[in-house]
Design a protein around this ligand. Structure first.
Ligand SMILES: C[S@@+](CC[C@H](N)C(=O)[O-])C[C@H]1O[C@@H](n2cnc3c(N)ncnc32)[C@H](O)[C@@H]1O
Length: 219
């Protein structure tokens, strides 16, 4: 059987157990990890954040606490099951909304958000679709705002500790393997992003990559 190209479109069974799976995989430290990542995003009260592929909404709840009641979080996802879970998960936050939307297709947002965020989702798209998503992020974010990508970093799979490599190649899709070699900064540059900053975790295997939309775009 040919390798599965993408696994980011998650079915109802996967959506049901998604948070539990991450909790088990991280030995109960996933919430701590994601809170740490969100701390690095320099989120200020009153800011607006667009989350592309928002999943079960766990990250959005943490971001909602940071932006406070004057701020706004919008999560986009294609899966009804994920959207249902996110609505339940975030029901106590009045500053979060979710919408069913394919994130690689044109979005209606024009320079509305201080930040755009995507976590563990971008790797699962073919390159032309990745460019579409990056373009959408660039359109949606205000000049001077930032696009944050939390995903696998560029690393040599062959040098990974054997049990982890075994788990990665069995669990992950072909596009995730290709993502490890991809020059994502070049893609971001091609869509107008600049001033990259990186934060690594899990022994350099994961990266929060920040890309800024300049105040004045170069023609
Ligand atoms: C691996 S999960 C990550 C969820 C969340 N960002 C997180 O970090 O926990 C990928 C998410 O992207 C969503 N997704 C996949 N393809 C999508 C698409 N084309 N448009 C919108 N959402 C999509 C899935 O439904 C799923 O919720």
């Amino acid at each position: 059987m040919p390798p599965v190209r993408s696994k980011v479109e998650i079915g109802s069974w996967g959506a049901h157990y998604y948070d539990l799976f991450l909790n088990v995989l991280s030995l109960g430290r996933y919430s701590h990890f994601i809170r740490h990542v969100i701390e690095k995003m320099d989120i200020k009260p009153g800011q607006s954040i667009l989350d592309l592929g928002s999943g079960t909404g766990r990250n959005d709840c943490f971001m909602a606490e940071k932006v406070g009641s004057r701020g706004r979080i919008v999560g986009l996802d294609i899966s009804d099951e994920m959207l249902g879970r996110a609505l339940k998960h975030c029901c106590k936050y009045t500053n979060i909304s979710f919408k069913k939307q394919r994130i690689e297709l044109p979005l209606t947002y024009k320079e509305e958000f201080d930040k755009v965020f995507i976590s563990f989702t971008l790797h699962g798209f073919e390159d032309d679709r990745k460019l579409g998503i990056i373009h959408n992020a660039h359109q949606a974010v205000k000049p001077g705002g930032a696009f944050y990508i939390l995903d696998y970093s560029e690393f040599d799979l062959g040098r990974m500790w054997f049990p982890l490599r075994w788990a990665f190649t069995r669990w992950e899709c072909q596009l995730a393997v290709e993502f490890l070699k991809l020059d994502i900064k070049e893609m971001l540059r091609s869509q107008g992003f600049t001033n990259f900053e990186e934060e690594f975790s899990l022994k350099g295997h994961l990266r929060l990559l920040k890309a800024v939309k300049p105040l004045v775009s170069t023609p």
